[in-house]
Each structure stands twice: as structure tokens, then as C-alpha cells.
Design a protein around this ligand. Sequence first.
Ligand code: ZN
Length: 59
Amino acid sequence: MSKNQDKYRCEVCGYEYDPAIGDPENDIEPGTAFEDLPDDWLCPLCHVGKERFVNIGVE
Ligand SMILES: [Zn+2]
């Protein structure tokens, strides 16, 4: 079973979370699926929670 590589976009600021890149500034390693992010992970740009992100699929 392959990991979910869907990208998610912050609906507030437009930041896109890409699982292939992760979020190095917050110690999220490349390859981390969005649903595997900690529940307290916040948008690195505008600091809203995961519930404000929408699935935009794999490009
Ligand atoms: Zn944001």
C-alpha cells in the first residue's frame, strides 16, 4: 500500500502542503502524508489548523 501523496492547500493563505517535501522548518520529514501530520500542526505561513486545509489531489 502506497502512502497518500495528495497535496493540501490552506484555504486561508494558499500555502500548499506537498508530502514529497514535507515541512522541514517544523521537523516534518519528506514523505509525510498530510493525515500523518501531528494534530497540532499549523500552516507555516498563517498558522491555522489542519481543518482549514483542502485536498487538492496529486498533480
Ligand atoms: Zn495558511
